[in-house]
Design a binder for this molecule. Structure first.
Ligand code: NAD
Length: 431
């Protein structure tokens, strides 16, 4: 099957690599010429576990190509996938659909034979109808089915999730489109969990899922605050809760709040949609408010740790919004560091993968180290801000010996409390 993917970012690129590996002929298209030039030279533009090998393999086989030229690839495509960004509007926080509509305006006149136009970008309910209206106005002869095909991949696990999806939601009533998309995913196996629903349900499933996960994170963070005041231990509480199959253990890790390119933007967009529909989505509104406050609470905790020391130094381990990715968009680590800039302390950060991305956001307002060991040299506090497994594997005896004051703020509950106390750290965890 010939597939054209519009937008070659954190969703478009792993999707392109995955579909090429399934045997399809895939072209990943992007407006960003620099990005496409790099990809054409066989250089990856993002970090994802397991992507490199499949990327190189499928370029070599000729099934995976990159281009900036829609006009060369859209007319022959069986399937066009929209994977452009839908960032939050700076004021209303609703999803900004300008990239989607601009892409559709460009694609519309190029559509020739029957094509499925599938939206993988996260878009508000009713967007499929608006795309159809643009197509009807721009190219009324186009034989096209507009389908919602939301993406549920987790950054850092994008390749794994592509090949092992919990479900693939297809939002359409068109039998022809269902047949084509079933064929697309058939190489994944006979029992692939396809869920065929209406387009509006499909668009809503994506937001409802992300908002639910955000609520779950906010809930456990509130429970962690409660545990800190009452002497319970959030790790034990989460284990007890999570072993109830109705609750499940995932998204019950207390920490500095959720971040990334999806949860903050999608909860805000969902809350906006609720307001527009006259529906009080109070749980989501409270989660947004609570998650913003969470990052301030954590910054205060770090600042408190060094407030009585002369010219203190704080080592910050982790900048990405979570482990396994270089993505710093809406990263709690970045927001916490931004809150700390201005306190009387030297701030030195290290991340195994996200240094370049973080430098774009934080510039020279803090210092950067080449390793965790360099970051902690002479530090009065070390704060773990991202749950990189690399940090678990560090030599913590060496870290203690390098620090001026061995105060460890484990803000991801990554390490074992009694082991760290035995090593001589003043150990502070969440909850
Ligand atoms: P991204 O910013 O990494 O990539 C988007 C790409 O689209 C950019 O490279 C940009 O240059 C390109 N682009 C914009 N307009 C274009 C056009 N007209 N023609 C060609 N290219 C164009 O974004 P992302 O993280 O991949 O997210 C894409 C969508 O997928 C968003 O709606 C997001 O909410 C959703 N999503 C993201 C994730 C995730 O983990 N990142 C997961 C699920 C869903």
């Amino acid at each position: 099957m010939k597939v054209a993917i519009i937008g070659t970012g954190y969703v478009g690129l792993p999707t392109g690599v995955g579909l090429a590996e399934l045997g399809h002929e895939v072209v990943c298209i992007d407006k960003n010429e620099e990005k496409i030039k790099k990809l054409q030279k066989g250089q990856l533009t993002l970090f994802e576990v397991g992507i490199e090998e499949l990327f190189q393999k499928n370029i070599a086989s000729g099934r995976l190509t990159f281009s900036t030229r829609l006009q060369e690839h859209i007319p022959g495509a069986d399937l066009v996938i929209l994977a452009v960004g839908t960032p939050p509007h700076p004021v209303t926080k609703e999803a900004d659909l300008s990239y989607i509509y601009a892409a559709v305006e460009e694609i519309a006149p190029l559509l020739k034979d029957y094509t499925v136009l599938a939206t993988k970008s996260t878009v508000p309910v009713g967007t499929g109808d608006k795309i159809e209206a643009i197509l009807a106005k721009t190219n009324k002869d186009a034989q096209v089915d507009v389908v919602s095909l939301p993406e549920f991949l987790r950054e850092g696990f994008a390749i794994h999730d592509f090949f092992h999806p919990d479900r693939i939601v297809i939002g359409t009533k068109s039998q022809k489109a269902i047949k084509l998309l079933t064929e697309l995913y058939r190489p994944l196996g006979e029992d692939i969990p396809l869920l065929i629903v209406s387009r509006r349900s499909s668009e809503t499933i994506k937001y409802a899922s992300n908002a639910f996960l955000a609520v779950k994170i906010h809930y456990i963070n509130e429970m962690a605050n409660f545990c800190e005041k009452t002497g319970a231990d959030i790790s034990e509480v989460a284990r007890g809760m999570g072993s109830d199959s109705r609750i499940g253990p995932k998204f019950l890790q207390a920490g500095p709040g959720y971040g990334g390119s999806c949860f903050p933007k999608d909860t805000n967009a969902m809350a906006y949609m609720g307001r527009q529909a006259g529906i009080n989505l109070s749980l989501i509104e409270a989660t947004i408010y609570g998650n913003d406050a969470r990052k301030q609470q954590i910054s205060t905790r770090i600042a408190e740790a060094v407030k009585d020391l002369p010219h203190p130094k704080v080592a910050l381990l982790g900048l990405a919004f979570k482990g396994g990715t270089d993505d710093c968009r809406e990263s709690p680590a970045i927001q916490i560091i931004q809150n700390l800039i201005g306190i009387d302390a030297d701030l030195v950060a290290f991340d195994p993968k996200a240094m370049d991305q973080a430098k774009i956001l934080l510039g020279d307002k803090i210092k950067y180290a080449d390793s965790a060991y360099e970051a902690v040299k002479g530090a009065d506090a070390v704060a773990i801000l991202t749950e990189w497994t690399d940090f678990k594997a560090l030599d913590w005896d060496k870290i203690k010996s390098l620090m001026r004051t061995p105060h460890l703020l484990d803000l991801r509950n990554l390490l074992d409390k009694s082991t760290m106390i035995a090593k001589g750290f003043r150990y502070q965890k969440i909850g």
